[in-house]
Design a binder for this molecule. Sequence first.
Ligand SMILES: Cc1cc2nc3c(=O)[nH]c(=O)nc-3n(C[C@H](O)[C@H](O)[C@H](O)COP(=O)(O)OP(=O)(O)OC[C@H]3O[C@@H](n4cnc5c(N)ncnc54)[C@H](O)[C@@H]3O)c2cc1C
Length: 431
Amino acid sequence: MKPITRRTFLGAGVGVAITPAAGALVGAVPGAAPGNAHSSGQAAPAVGAGLPDVVVVGAGAFGAWTALTLIERGAKVALLDAYGPGHSRATSCDEVRQIRMSYGDREVYSRSAMNALELWKKREAEFGRKLLHPGGRLVMRRAWNKELEDQKAVFDRLSLPYEVLEPEEMAKRYPQVGFEGVGAGFLDVNAGLLKAREAIMAITEAFERKGGAIRLARAMPGASAGRTLQNVAIDGGGTLAAGAFVFACGPWLRHVFPELLGKVITTARIEIAYIGSPAGDSSYRQGILPNLSEEGTFPGAPASEVSYTQSDIDAGLKIARGGPRMPMDLDRDERIVSAWQINRIHEYVRVRFPRLKEPIVASRVCQSDASPDSHFVLDRHPGHDNVWIAGGGSGHGFKHGPVVGEYMADRVTGRPAVPDLEKFFSLAGRG
Ligand SMILES: Cc1cc2nc3c(=O)[nH]c(=O)nc-3n(C[C@H](O)[C@H](O)[C@H](O)COP(=O)(O)OP(=O)(O)OC[C@H]3O[C@@H](n4cnc5c(N)ncnc54)[C@H](O)[C@@H]3O)c2cc1C
């Protein structure tokens, strides 16, 4: 990544960053400098008036990485979140998220995950915090199929390490797993786990250390002048002006831009449980047991049912069992796992981990943030030249956070998009 100075940033994004913005901050955002207020509503330059060059709304994986990358490139950035970084409603703030290179034939994400893995390693060293836990991912299918063949071809092309495992070999290596219904296995050797909530805290702390401002505030698009958004309106009163705005609101994006994204980003309730490891037993720990992923293999389940496990780092063995989509109120729903799903998770453990008799020791209710084709949505708002959208993580976005941060920072600072990526991430023709 070529670092750019604040001067270069402003030069690159000149049409964006120095656009006059009317009605600057009017006091509702805690920590705001009083000198920023323009009660007259007169136009004031966003840059040079003590205002942020960029306001990033949403401090989940996409927003936090974007904010950190922008500040490292010399921008002045304010990061706003309705509930603050690391809160329990955010899609990014479970205990763990998986990093995997295995994406079937979707090579674009295998490549991105390879880049992200290197960036995570560097950041882990910089943050001085253990965030990355290697251990592999075993993709289990009823039989060797086209998906696995395509995946193998991608791994060969990218020189990624993998193993193709026959049922006897899987049973021998992983005696703690019951492989009923599984006829083929593909081990993604470089896969592992990331400490999710802890990573968000580390990223946002680094952002603050580097001069970024974090504000606890719910913000919606505010006043516009032609194709320029001038400010965000803060819940409870007040506005915050800037030269450019990035809305990285995860599943809430559909509420922030209902007309544009109401049909592009959908949400559903997802219930997860962590089963405790037996005392003194490392069989279910990451490094001994890889993460498991299966589709159509669980005995008695529909062919389309996708379930996965993520091995124990400290919170327990995470079990996510697929099933019917359930509605979710992102702000109001209580995040307590239903008795129905708890029963299904216990059933899953009985079949897949027959020796494991431990209780559920933690649980999470999260929400999907899915785009129709599960590609991310990383694009400029079609109606505003200085507004960017980063979302549509679609159940796999977390690991790509550092890459998304660079992609968004490039776009906001006026660097052209990489065409190979833009065609997947663009809003055009979706929804
Ligand atoms: C069950 C589940 C499992 C997953 N597993 C994996 C995995 O193993 N590996 C992987 O890579 N990915 C995984 N993902 C996907 C990944 O977690 C998400 O793609 C990613 O975390 C999304 O980050 P985000 O920043 O877009 O959204 P979020 O983390 O939801 O962040 C959005 C933020 O915006 C804030 N916000 C919203 N509206 C406003 C507003 N108006 N004003 C101010 N703030 C606002 C919210 O408070 C929130 O903090 C999984 C997702 C789910 C649901």
